[in-house]
Design a protein around this ligand. Structure first.
Ligand code: G4P
Length: 528
């Protein structure tokens, strides 16, 4: 295998959570472990505060500043870790979902007080579709949270994934005393604000040892012994194969803000998390160890600041070695392009890089060459599959306010949808243009950009849809009839694929039941 050493030390992952569960705090602790930042608060200052503002320009401005935090690269124990950010507050967008197509595994943060929340559910659906390996971090154990076993049950049930506890907490809230590591049979006592190298750890190979009672008190020691017996009986040893197949998720309890339980998780993560994986393309599987370079674009960041009108395409490298100034083949455009200023994302700054390896994400300055899902190769004609479009969650009709600027509006919306800012559907028969997004903010962004960049004024009218389903059928006649009968709910996407726009889950389920010959898909591959 070519570049074996580089590939084997890379781990590319994302942290997913519902807003406020502690993603930023955990990110920061991981970066501190990796030495990528020196002080707490460095990431936070880049974070888009939920209460800060509702002004999207301000949010976009901050987003521009924090391009560098879209991908954070740090080293830990000889591993090179690429952490991809998944925006979650007001800037929650389809990008957030799509980032998950560029990682090899995820860490899921759950707030022990709130349990499984909405955004977690949505993000986990994408992980399940792709069988992404998941590690769960149950955070905020220093607060009075839900019962540990109730939490495990809730996560299993709600997220449809089997869990494997790696640590067990001793109480929570004010009584939180620490965690017991089931794997290396050690007790980790809770102290607030633990530094990276000072931890109160005791190896307790025999749980019946009185030392346990001395450390945490008789009552809690008895409880822990019962808990461990129960868990050992049910779970046994972690089956890493099952984790890698996305079937079982190891679980850690801790408190990110106190840097407690984080190191345990990180150490397990670097041991078990997958190195860059092979990926499917339109013609064959491409593996990281191949000699020739290939990669795909999963996100395009357009800068709204008029002074910096550049776009950055984020490319995940899948095989071979990427080199600066070398010509690569842009498969969709069938042309060769080279990049003189590709950059890597270190937590501190954007650095121009000379080369990059599978698992890495690089930023390429773009003047309009890239669409989401585009593939670069060293000449071979294939494109990566598995970069789907997911159903939007908010739908609005695009209304042209200036008929003299129709052309500009069409061009603008075409380009913005290429960037993945939103999805465009055209209603069958009626020609109504429907824009779909996953976050409300995107509509403001689109309106603003259409006016600023294309001189086209538009407004949006709310539509009562909640989901788009792509339709396929072996029986073309049935599909045609369905689209005709359901004209108000039928549209085609940008590439002409038929789509059903459902008003509610009830309508959707009814249509699915009534039309057994038609398949309803909740995502669509960018390329088919
Ligand atoms: P997010 O990125 O997932 O949205 O969450 P973030 O890390 O910003 O954490 C949300 C809030 O939860 C923050 O408080 C953070 O300090 C707090 N937090 C994170 N981990 C823990 C934990 O283990 N225990 C407790 N008790 N709190 C935790 P905030 O008041 O919203 O922000 P800040 O003023 O502290 O910055």
């Amino acid at each position: 295998m070519k570049y074996e050493k580089e590939i084997n030390r890379r781990r590319t992952f994302a942290i997913i959570s519902h807003p406020d569960a502690g993603k930023t705090t955990l990110t920061e602790k991981l970066l501190l472990f990796g030495g990528a930042i020196q002080t707490a608060g460095a990431v936070k200052s880049n974070k888009i505060k939920k209460h800060a503002t509702s002004d999207f320009m301000e949010i976009e401005r901050q987003r521009g500043i924090s391009v560098a935090t879209s991908v954070m690269t740090f080293e830990y124990k000889n591993c090179l870790i690429n952490l991809l950010d998944t925006p979650g507050h007001k800037d929650f967008a389809e990008d957030t979902y799509r980032t998950l197509t560029a990682v090899d595994s995820v860490i899921l943060v759950i707030d022990s007080v709130n349990g499984v929340e909405d955004q977690t559910r949505r993000l986990m659906e994408v992980c399940r579709m792709r069988d992404t390996p998941v590690i769960v971090f149950i955070n905020k154990m220093d607060r009075d949270g839900k019962n540990r076993f109730d939490l495990l049950e809730e996560i299993e049930k709600e997220l449809k994934i089997s869990l494997h506890p790696m640590t067990l907490p001793i109480n929570s809230g004010k009584d939180f005393k620490g965690v017991y590591n089931l794997h290396n049979k050690s007790l980790l006592l809770f102290t607030a604000n633990t530094k990276a190298d000072e931890e109160d750890t005791f190896v307790i190979s025999n749980l019946n040892d009185k030392i346990l009672d001395n450390k945490i008190g008789e009552r809690d020691a008895t409880q822990l012994r019962e808990d461990v017996e129960l868990v050992d009986g049910v779970y046994g040893e972690l089956n890493v194969e099952d984790y890698l197949a996305g079937k079982i998720a190891p679980v850690f309890f801790g408190s990110a803000v106190n840097n407690f339980g984080v190191k345990e998780m990180l150490d397990t993560f670097i041991n078990v998390a997958p190195t860059p994986l092979c990926r499917e393309t339109s013609i064959r599987e491409v593996c990281p160890g191949e000699e020739k370079f290939s990669g795909f674009v999963f996100k395009i960041h357009a800068n709204l600041d008029p002074k910096h009108r550049d776009r950055i395409a984020f490319m995940r490298i899948c095989s071979g070695k990427f080199e600066r100034n070398k010509y690569y083949h842009h498969v969709r455009l069938d042309k060769d392009i080279r990049f003189s200023n590709p950059y890597s994302f270190l937590a501190r700054s954007k650095d121009v890089i000379e080369d990059a390896f599978p698992g890495d994400v690089i930023g390429l300055f773009d003047t309009g060459n890239f669409k989401i899902g585009d593939t670069l190769t060293e000449g071979e004609n294939f494109f990566f599959t598995g970069i789907p479009t997911f159903s939007p969650e908010i739908f609005k009709e695009l209304v042209n306010k200036d008929p003299m600027k129709t052309k500009q509006l069409e061009k603008g919306i075409q380009q913005l949808t290429d960037e993945g800012v939103a999805q465009l559907f055209t209603q069958f028969g009626g020609n109504k243009k429907i824009i779909g997004c996953v976050g409300e903010l995107q509509f403001e962004v689109i309106q603003y950009r259409l006016l600023q960049e294309y001189g086209a004024a538009c407004e949006f009218r709310a539509l009562p849809f909640y989901k788009a389903c792509w339709l396929t059928s072996n029986d073309e006649k049935k599909l045609e009839d369905f689209l005709r009968f359901k004209q108000t709910n039928s549209a085609e996407d940008k590439d002409g694929n038929p789509v059903y726009l459902a008003q509610s889950e009830w309508f959707l389920n009814t249509e699915i039941t009534n039309n057994p010959d038609i398949e309803f898909h909740f995502s669509n591959e960018v390329h088919k």
